[in-house]
Design a protein around this ligand. Structure first.
Ligand code: IPE
Ligand code: IPE
Ligand code: MG
Length: 246
């Protein structure tokens, strides 16, 4: 029986973020090239995205390529970019059918022009969808994002457009790559690694963390339900005491 029946649909995490890790090890364990791992990882992306839309999660953010991933072998980076283009072309219909809006965070200027063009195209086509917002973190690094934010705000202070006393959470939020991205409720990382790898440092301040040993290409909707169930059995106190929450 599916774990879905145990999930409280009224208490879903509003924003799930996933560090999709383990494609390379999955391929290696089968004697295959790393790229085959990435191709199979793309199938998991489809299953997880469709499932989130189906159960009505509002925001799903996937870490697809970090600023540090540019340091991988040139061929692997090229094949990842090609996979991204082909997946976008192939899945635009899925996004439309499921009423999913595509968004991105990251330094899009550093992506190859054809990737940026394809992304813009799909973002434009899906801009009015409102069931689920799917955000792909591409050429994304949280520290780079915070540096960008600090530079932009400093410039506004210098030009007397804002005074330092007025800098608060919302001012910072407004200068991140995506102004509308809410705080993360549940952060999942697959593959057994227990680190953040420069992902959404600002937005995960109070996220519940869930680490799964499963390699990303093997991760499926039941594993997602398991993470959500685990999340629903936690008490989020936000600094308060347990008694105060009652
Ligand atoms: C995640 O899988 C995909 C990306 C980072 C692009 P990896 O490629 O990091 O897989 P492992 O960690 O080497 O197994
Ligand atoms: C994090 O995975 C980045 C993505 C999932 C896109 P990595 O595999 O690059 O992370 P590290 O290097 O093991 O921390
Ligand atoms: Mg990895």
């Amino acid at each position: 029986m599916s774990l879905l029946s145990e999930i409280n649909i009224d208490q879903l995490p509003n924003h799930i973020a996933i560090i999709m890790d383990g494609n390379g090890r999955w391929a290696k364990s089968k004697g295959l090239l790393r790229n085959i791992g990435h191709q199979n990882g793309a199938k998991t992306v489809k299953e997880v995205v469709e499932t989130c839309a189906k159960i009505n999660v509002k925001y799903l953010t996937l870490y697809a390529f970090s600023t540090e991933n540019w340091n991988r072998p040139k061929l692997e980076v090229e094949l990842l970019m090609k996979l991204l283009i082909s997946s976008l072309k192939k899945e635009v219909e899925t996004l439309q059918k499921n009423n999913i809006k595509l968004s991105t965070i990251g330094n899009l200027n550093s992506l190859p022009t054809i990737v940026a063009k394809e992304l813009k195209d799909v973002i434009e086509k899906t801009k009015d969808n409102n069931r689920l917002t799917l955000t792909l973190a591409l050429s994304y690094g949280s520290r780079e994002e915070l540096i960008k934010t600090i530079k932009e705000i400093s410039l506004k202070v210098k030009n007397n457009l804002i005074s330092p006393e007025n800098i608060d959470k919302s001012v910072i939020n407004n200068h991140l790559y995506d102004h509308y991205l809410p705080d993360v409720d549940l952060l999942i990382r697959t593959s057994g690694e227990q680190r953040i790898s420069n992902f959404l440092l600002w937005e995960i301040a109070y996220a519940e963390l869930f680490f799964s040993d499963i390699l990303w290409p093997d991760f499926n909707k039941e594993n997602l339900f398991e993470a959500i169930l685990n999340y629903q059995n936690r008490e989020r106190r936000f600094g308060k005491t347990s008694d105060q929450l009652k």
